[in-house]
Design a protein around this ligand. Structure first.
Ligand code: ADP
Ligand code: ZN
Length: 289
């Protein structure tokens, strides 16, 4: 059986045809442009390939309630040309197959649990620190959804005493995404993230914010593993700083063998699937009827 998969991101779309064993047979990457340009390219890629279902892991906010008339419709995304665009409906109409939709980070969490860094546990959290900050959770066979999908990047965190940067989030200013995603690094320090590699203060402040968020997620969700990906996490020096801060902030309150100096390296980890977590997660969505 052939299945379709799309990882729809703010900068690029990854399109793939796979099978029901989770293998990718064919893949193409296209830039994210105006929907009138991107969506015809997506339809052309899948046309005539005989896919029976399509899984979509999308940037959000996106309507992921399958009973809603706006299923698959993008909401208040900073990519303004996509706001209110009925993406799910266009795909269903254009390809004549069922489209199963979840957020990019939820499908990445699912795919890491199935094939990546969390295959030995039943619950995990996947966080991306890139153009934005978002997190998805996979718990006992399902991704976490409710009213909508979680928006874990927009929580408030306590300010670092040496940081007064006002933040980039158009909705909240200095929420976590506003002060810790890639664009905030560039605006605060006047250089892109990868050019700041040697500046210790940058990563001390960054780790302080990310560790607070992780500590809150641990208290609220209690995941058995936390996977951190996205462009900013390419700064590998962040990992030990975040782990140290998390242990200090928890201050021994949550008892788990993972939350110890000895084991935390196996608790807060890098993705196992690197570039394919999103598209493989979308394929896994399509694999489930
Ligand atoms: P997206 O979030 O759009 O899917 P990425 O995860 O690649 O894409 O994140 C892009 C952001 O990450 C940009 O703000 C960029 O400046 C930052 N970034 C990319 N590479 C690095 C790096 N090596 N070090 C620090 N920041 C980086
Ligand atoms: Zn925000």
């Amino acid at each position: 059986m052939k299945l379709g998969a799309i990882e729809a991101g703010g900068t690029k779309f990854v399109l793939a045809v796979g099978n029901d064993q989770g293998e990718i047979l064919e893949k193409e990457v296209i830039p994210t442009e105006h929907p009138d340009i991107t969506v015809p390219k997506v339809l052309a890629f899948f046309k005539g390939k005989g896919i029976e279902r399509l899984g979509l892991g999308g940037f959000g906010p996106i309507d992921i309630n399958e009973t809603s008339p706006a299923y698959g419709q993008l909401q208040k995304t900073p990519k303004t040309e996509w706001v209110d665009y009925p993406f799910g409906a266009k795909l269903k109409e254009g390809l004549g197959v069922r489209v199963i939709i979840d957020t990019d980070v939820n499908v990445a969490a699912m795919s890491e649990a199935k094939w990546g860094s969390a295959t030995d546990v039943d619950t995990c959290l996947y966080i991306t620190v890139g153009t934005g900050i978002g997190a998805g959770a996979y718990f006992h066979g399902q991704t976490l959804k409710g009213l909508s999908h979680p928006e874990m990047g927009h929580i408030k965190v306590r300010r670092h005493q040496e940081d007064t940067y006002e933040g980039t989030c158009p909705y909240h200013g200095d929420c976590l995404e506003g002060i810790a995603a890639g664009p905030s690094l560039e605006k605060r320090w006047g250089k892109k993230g990868h050019e700041l590699a040697d500046d210790d203060k940058v990563w001390e402040i960054e780790a302080f914010y990310l560790a607070q968020a992780l500590t809150s997620y641990i208290y609220i969700l209690s995941p058995e593993r936390i996977i951190m990906g996205g462009g900013v996490m390419k700064q590998q020096q962040l990992f030990p700083l975040i782990r140290k801060n998390v242990l200090e902030m928890l201050n021994g309150y949550v008892s788990s063998p993972y939350l110890t100096e000895k084991e935390i390296d196996n608790y807060i980890v890098s993705p196992g699937l690197t570039d394919e977590a999103g598209v493989k997660g979308a394929l896994y969505l399509a694999m489930q009827e």
